[in-house]
Design a protein around this ligand. Sequence first.
Ligand code: FES
Length: 127
Amino acid sequence: MVTIFVCVSCRHPTDSNGGEAARPGVELADILQRRVASEAPQRAVVKRVDCLAVCERPCTVALAGPDKWTYLIGDIDPPAHAGEILSAALSFEASGNGIVPLRERPVSFRKGVIARVPPLTFEGNDQ
Ligand code: FES
């Protein structure tokens, strides 16, 4: 199971009028929840969060799972990239440690990656 955390608080830099339309993460979370429900209900879950601390790069998501590396990704355009993010999330879920194989990383994932954080169970490369 992969958890896709979606920040629903970011505002698009060009939006100044406020309101839900100015929060692209809401649209992204809606799209992902619909697609997960129909395509991968046993493999993924979408959770809305208030902030992932990369507020200058909306939309932002994090892919996380037990004993797996966590990816933090930004600059996601909901209509254009939701399918790619879901695909990458399912590759993440299918992997043993959360490292998504390079060939399975779509462009929006490769360009948007901000951080990759090891799981608490990671013992370091010097072990
Ligand atoms: S408000 Fe979205 S990452 Fe901070």
